[in-house]
Write a protein that binds this ligand. Sequence first.
Ligand code: FAD
Length: 341
Amino acid sequence: MKHEILAHCHNIVESYLSISKNVTSEFPIILETQQRIQETKTIFLERILPFWNPVMNNISMSYNGGKDCQVLLIIYLACVYELFRDRYNLQQMYLDCFQINGVYIKQYETFQILEKFVEKSAQYYDLNMYTTQVGQNMKDSLREYLDHLHLKDYNQTSELETARGSHLDGIAKTALGQVKSRDVQHEVLNDHHGVIIGIRRSDPYALNLKDIQRTDADWPCFTRLQPLLEWKLQNVWSFLLFANEPFCKLYELGYTSIGGIKTTLKNPKLYKKDNKNLWNHFHWEMEQAYVSETERPFLEVYNQDDEMVQSDMDHDLVCNDNSYYPGWYLLSDEHERDGRI
Ligand code: FAD
């Protein structure tokens, strides 16, 4: 794992957290986002990484190039940096031992721009990416991923699980003693692979989700790790625009939630003719955006070719169309999926 990218993500997160009270008193969204980041960090550092961590190779990031999982990935990498700083003094020989696992579930007829972005950003963030075969539903794709990891799908067998915990090291055992939630103890002791998911409370069927929980019985058996649940749309944009990281271009064109190419339109709430008075609430974040103190050689992966824009039928979606405001002009979670058919 590249030390530079972990340090880079850590710097972004810490810079956002250190935005001063003078600013946050003027921009309550930033204050709220700082609180969300702190909560997400706590979930990672106290409840996830002691038990599921990339060195133990029992955790993956489900990554589809969307804004939510990109934000979560940046915070995850920042937390991995802290884990390594505190446990292993950031020695390269430990960093060399692992990569961050990512899984992209390939679906029919997605935007080529999005797929390219998944590929490039996975390189940029140094992910060990597995892309599932096209043409399956999400459950089958996740089963394929379990097979790829040589893991058993307990939800498909009648085998009783036995609490083991033999995989835990001393630090993890101490941490487990301090975890009060029975759900978490159960998941940890049963040693299920953890998959990080960038789902938010306002997404469909997310109302009753927990930040750490098993997949449902008819899904392949993982532990779902969902530390972004309480984030609102405005928190996502405030952080991502400040981070100054390349993100999927479709958002610039008025998309706010991206699914299949035939089932996703630009958000009608952002159509300029019908919505005259919208404005950018994130001027401060964009003007004061994070600037890396050092060269970022990994940025080059985005510049290697122009395919991201040229590739295919996305072309006319991208060119010469400024009839919509960019995605971040929309603040309401309620209307985020209005462009999904
Ligand atoms: P988005 O809002 O775009 O996705 C939310 C998050 O899901 C993303 O940030 C990303 O982390 C992940 N994701 C979505 N699409 C992809 C993709 N193509 N490739 C990789 N990651 C992706 N639903 C259930 O009802 N019960 C379950 O037990 C259950 N388990 C799941 C386990 C995993 C590992 C995943 C990835 C999904 C699971 N789901 C489950 C489905 C989940 O709750 C969402 O419905 C699904 O992620 C799509 O969300 P969305 O349409 O809101 O898309």
